[in-house]
Write a protein that binds this ligand. Structure first.
Ligand code: CMP
Length: 140
């Protein structure tokens, strides 16, 4: 199995409730290593660029408003099959459909305030990592 990197966001609903450490523990228990991490506060425009793929969706404005409402924690996670493993640990986008033990089942408040974001593929991960981290921040 290949060692991969994936991109992760701990969203405002989770940072507000002081859940950063509890969520990091879930990643680490799943064999994912946090190799870069920082807490930032996005502008609505920065959130809009990041989520540009959803710009035609009815929830886009609400999503960008929420993601810029309070600080987030952006991370690079590394491990075997990291993209898929992270998506398993996160659980389904809608917490009402998420499996027991997943982050979204335990912590998410709604489909919008769903505590975490994770890349959906290795090429997306590379683009998302480059949006938030410079090469010097990714020494591993
Ligand atoms: P995320 O994995 O960050 O990718 C896009 C986000 O859009 C998703 O998680 C959800 O938080 C959000 N989203 C998806 N569907 C809806 C919806 N129906 N209403 C509000 N937000 C949504």
């Amino acid at each position: 199995m290949a060692i991969q990197r994936t991109f992760s966001i701990i969203k405002p609903d989770a940072t507000r409730r002081n859940l950063t450490g509890a969520i990091v523990a879930k990643f680490e228990e799943a064999g994912l290593r946090v190799i870069a991490q920082k807490r930032i506060h996005l502008t609505k425009m920065q959130a809009g660029v990041f989520y540009g793929v959803h710009s035609e969706r009815p929830f886009y404005d609400e999503l960008c408003e929420f993601m810029s409402s309070e600080p987030i924690v952006v991370q690079v996670l590394e491990g075997e099959n990291a993209v898929a493993r992270n998506r398993e640990v996160m659980g389904a986008t809608n917490p009402s459909e998420a499996s027991e033990g997943t982050i979204r089942k335990e912590f998410a408040l709604s489909i919008g305030e769903n505590s975490v974001h994770g890349s959906d593929a290795t090429d997306t991960a590379a683009v998302e990592i480059a949006y938030f981290f410079s090469g010097l921040e990714l020494v591993g």
